[in-house]
Each structure stands twice: as C-alpha cells, then as structure tokens.
Design a protein around this ligand. Structure first.
Ligand code: SAH
Length: 238
C-alpha cells in the first residue's frame, strides 16, 4: 500500500514526456516499463538520493533499452541490482549510478569523462544532467551497442571512443569531472592529470575488496577520500 502510494506520488511529479516519450510506440509494454522506472526512482529517494537532476534523469531514461534484449526482462531492468550486458560485463545497479552521479554534482555544460561505457546508461544519465560526455570502452562490441542505444534515444552529446581508459582522452582534457565504472588497483595517474582544477574524480579502487575513492583537485592540491565499499568489474589493460 505504502509502496503503491510512493509510486503514484513520484509518477505525478515526473512528467512522462522526454526521451521515454519520444521512443515511439507508447505501447502497453512501454507503459509497463514506465511504471517500473518510477518505482525505481521512488526507491532511490528512500535511499536518500536527493539531487533533482539525477532523479529526473533516471526517471526519464529508458534503462531497459540500454540492456541488450537477451538480458532484459520486466523483472530486472529497473530492479536495484546490477544486470548482465554481455561480454562478461554488467550495468551498475541504479543506486550506485545515482550515488556516483550525485557526488559529481554535474552542472549543465560540464565536460565529463567516463571510463567504462558498458551499456551507455551511465553516459545517458550524465547527458540528461546537461554534461558533454566523453566515454571510453575497451570492448568494441559493447561500444557499438552503446552507440546504437544512445543514438536511438537521441543523445547527441555523448562521444564514444573504443580504447583503453588508462590513457584517458587527452585531446579533450581537462575535464570538469571524471567517473570510472570499472575498478583499477589504484587511481590512474593519467586520469588525475586530465582533471580540471576544481574538478572531481570518482573511481572504485581495489581488487576483491573495493572502495569508492573521491578525489578533488583544489589549488593545485589533490584531496582524496575513501567512500562506500563497492563491487565493480576490474579495469583491464589493453
Ligand atoms: N557504465 C556502464 C557499466 C560499466 S561496466 C553502464 O552504464 O552500463 C564496466 C565497463 O568497463 C565494461 O564495459 C568494461 O568492458 C569496461 N572496461 C574495463 N576496463 C576498461 C578499460 N581499461 N578502459 C575502458 N573500459 C574498460
């Protein structure tokens, strides 16, 4: 009952316009996904995600489109759990996507680097928050899938590079924010170098036991704090 009320409250606050609406169809299937999407947003609020831009973005984006059809079903695309996307990789659980994006405090027009494009979903969340997104994926098949999903959903401000993220993307640096969605053993120096003064980098660090590390560059100094324990796929080398 409480859950049903929560879903209704959120559904009335978040309009059903947007990319979700442009995806065509407006079929019963789309409406079913939309209900689940609003339930996901309600759950994020229960978990204390408060950034309006992040909540609006995740309320709009058709997450199920980013998950390849083989792995997508009505029960898991919007569940608060990671989900396979093929090639042994996973899309992060919605809470972690929301939490990391909230920490970055993206402003419209920010230039953001993502390492680990995967499905393209995190990149879409950043783009919905107004960022110009530069995202790097090491597995060509995943980069192709993400490109197709982002194009189909109308995200023109996401640029994808098939490469090894350890190199970053120097041509477009420095970045206002950098988000790494695979886990290196330590914070890659090259990425710290590509972060703008005043910028924020968030990265899961460690093998086996991992922690989110949040790093800020201020007045030429690098401040680093350890945050939540997490579990990400490893950041591999070329
Ligand atoms: N952000 C993604 C989830 C990423 S899963 C999403 O929203 O779906 C982690 C991804 O990091 C995988 O796709 C994996 O192939 C990629 N990856 C691992 N090592 C990498 C590296 N060195 N450079 C770029 N991508 C890498």
């Amino acid at each position: 009952m409480v859950r049903a009320m929560l879903i209704m409250a959120v559904a009335s606050m978040i309009p059903f316009t947007s990319k979700a609406g442009q995806g065509g169809g407006k079929s019963a299937e789309d409406a079913g996904w939309a209900v689940q999407r609003q339930a996901m947003v309600a759950q994020l609020k229960v978990y204390h995600i408060t950034n309006t831009c992040v909540l609006m973005a995740m309320g709009r984006i058709r997450r199920h489109v980013f998950i390849p059809a083989t792995y997508r079903d009505v029960n898991n695309a919007y569940a608060d759990a990671p989900c396979p996307i093929g090639c042994g990789q996973t899309i992060s659980q919605p809470y972690i996507v929301a939490y990391m994006t909230e920490k970055l405090a993206i402003k419209p027009g920010d230039k953001v680097l993502e390492i680990g494009t995967g499905s393209g979903y995190q990149a879409a969340v950043l783009a919905e928050c107004g960022a110009d997104v530069y995202t790097i994926e090491i597995i060509p098949e995943l980069a192709r899938h993400a490109r197709a999903a982002l194009d189909a959903e109308g995200y023109r401000r996401v640029h994808i590079l098939t490469s090894d993220g350890y190199k970053g993307w120097p041509e477009y640096s420095p970045f206002d924010a950098i988000i790494v969605t695979c886990a290196p053993d330590e914070v890659p120096r090259s990425l710290v170098d590509q972060l703008k003064e005043g910028g924020c980098l968030i990265v899961p660090v460690g093998r086996g036991s991992q922690r989110l590390v949040i790093l800020r560059k201020q007045r030429g100094q690098v401040e680093q704090e350890e945050d939540l324990p997490v579990r990400f796929v490893p950041m591999v080398r070329e």
